[in-house]
Design a protein. Structure first.
Length: 344
């Protein structure tokens, strides 16, 4: 009897290994596509292109005109934003000039057309307030520790629902390099408030501790809106057409170090781990300070979201985990080095 029980238990343990083992190998489809490529089978590169993207992505979305604001993915029309990641819900601002600014977390949301703001909690509309005008519009909104913040006239305000009024959130102002036309984005990174203000190759980046109101960084000059904070560093782009530089700024020592130079940038996305760059010779990827590797795949860069890169391929969008990306590139380089070219 005991031997029979042991046999049954062994069978239960072994069953998923025999019949479901394939699902336990996340690289199975990629490895099969690589085998077909090495065997020079017809259309093998396209299959490898698909399976590589599936392997390094955490989510995919089959839809049109997906966008990212760095914190969530959404589609938008005149008076409605549909958020699809990390949660799914819609934000509306009826009879508006068109939704221009928005932020959302698990419970709350705030939208603005530059003139009005609407605040939602659990889908219920809490407040509608006119706080801007066409000469001095609201240029960014943010939910921060239960507060509803907005940027107007270089100043960050907090909207008080109970009193239906606004107050200055910080005494410091954060003007852009040029005052007439500019955009602003605000976001939180490790409880720090980050403010980017500017347009068309000229931006100021600032960091504030909202709890203490201490200015950690004020008006770091950037030539692109593409940047990332990672640990105690800011990675960003400086320069102009044909002469671009990737810079690492050390917040603690206030020192700058040039990591890479580029003569061509069609698009670039920076993450904590490294960057992807699209230029006249294709799509390249690199860890900071390392050599660039050319990806022989036709992915288009769209943006970043929560530390991942948003890419477009055929009729879908993909969120790429850069840690997985570098891991899978090293695997392919070991098995099929002819796929890749060294960086220039």
């Amino acid at each position: 009897m005991n031997n029979y029980i042991v046999f049954i238990l062994a069978y239960i343990v072994a069953f998923p290994l025999f019949f479901g083992g394939c699902s336990l190998d996340p690289d199975r489809k990629l490895n099969r596509a690589l085998e077909l490529y090495l065997e020079k089978k017809p259309d093998a590169l396209n299959k490898l292109e698909v399976e590589f993207l599936n392997r390094v992505s955490t989510h995919s979305f089959r839809m049109e005109h997906l966008q990212s604001n760095g914190s969530f993915l959404f589609t938008a029309d005149e008076d409605e934003i549909k958020i699809v990641y990390p949660a799914k819900h819609s934000l509306t601002l009826p009879d508006s000039e068109g939704i221009m600014h928005y932020d959302s977390n698990d419970d709350s949301a705030i939208v603005s057309d530059g003139i009005r703001i609407s605040i939602f909690d659990d889908g219920d509309r809490l407040a509608d307030k006119t706080i801007g005008d066409k000469k001095s519009p609201v240029r960014s909104v943010l939910i921060s520790n239960g507060s509803f913040l907005y940027y107007r006239n270089s100043t960050i305000y907090r909207y008080l629902i109970a009193g239906e009024s606004s107050e200055e959130f910080l005494k410091e102002t954060f003007p852009p390099p040029y005052a007439k036309y500019y955009k602003v984005s605000m976001y939180l990174k490790d409880d720090l408030l980050c403010i980017l203000a500017g347009i068309a190759g000229s931006y100021y980046f600032s960091i504030v501790n909202p709890a203490s109101e201490k200015i950690i960084l004020k008006n770091l000059s950037l030539s692109s809106s593409k940047h990332v904070m990672a640990d105690n560093f800011v990675f960003y782009i400086k320069g102009n057409s044909g002469n671009w530089e990737l810079i690492r700024y050390d917040i603690g020592t206030k020192s700058k170090h040039m990591l890479s130079k580029f003569t061509s940038i069609i698009d670039i996305e920076l993450t904590d781990r490294g960057y992807l760059i699209e230029n006249s010779s294709g799509l390249w990827v690199s860890e900071y300070g390392g050599e660039k590797t050319r990806l022989p795949f036709a992915y288009q860069l769209v943006g970043t979201c929560r530390g991942m890169v948003l890419a477009h391929y055929k009729d879908s969008y993909y969120l790429i985990d850069t840690t997985l990306l570098f891991e899978m590139i090293k695997m392919l380089e070991g098995k099929a080095p002819e796929l890749f070219e060294p960086g220039d």
